[in-house]
Design a protein. Sequence first.
Length: 294
Amino acid sequence: MDLWSRARRNYLLWLGHKLRFRRMGDWYRLTYHDMANHHGGTVANVWWHGSPVHAVKECFPAYDWQEWLFVQAPKTFWSLAKNRRRYMAWLGRRLGFRRPADWYRATTADFQRHAGGSLLGEYRSSVAATVKACFPAYPWKEWLFGRLPTGFWDDRRNCRRYMRWLGKRLGYRRLDDWYRVTYWDFTRNHGKTLLRRYRNSPAAAVMALLPRSQWCEWKFTRVPPEFWDRIENRRRYVKWLGGQLGYRRRADWARVRRKDFVAHFGGALIVRYRSCRDLLAECFPQWDWQSCHR
């Protein structure tokens, strides 16, 4: 240690005595004003760039300093990936995390309680975004965090990633399996905020996010909101029902009964009508229905 280095160290030891620092950990409380108010403003500005962190690290290099525990970390500290990773490794140990998946339990409060609020601010206060950036090799599922990054569901790729994951969770192997999905399947599997974008309709979410030439909305556990209010949807269903029942002519429809609708996903539709004939007259106005279904 040269003469000037020794002089700076002696100054800091004297300052520590004045500030009643008794343990190494007390130096985390040191501020620039402490130095400026005790004849150290010049040395702090010239040698330590006005940073208590630089001062303490130079004078006590053998101690394992955690820069984030100081009153303020150096200005460019969080811009370096190695520093972010050091903090995350330290925080993980503090929180008892042993596996990458343990980070799904991390909260904003965990960061704030452990001097990581400024790091969180680098990622728009998003725990998920912070963890992903610091551990990019792990296949993170953002919806498993307590809070999603802002605008996460705006990216359809994220929505589809979630749907693929949900399908595996539910054991779905074919597109037709999705007709069984329910509101509770989404909410129990971290998809409630995604479902809100589709008016809480699993059918609407599935049809928007999973590719298929034609979905039959009536096969879902619940049709999308106002689905049966549209005449074109009612006609689509009736034509599909005719195909299921093998009906090709008007005379075939004379045999249809309410139970046929109920047995083929149309119970919620047929209850809107006094008779099957009323529905058929609406869907096939070109045919004479006066003699049918009296």
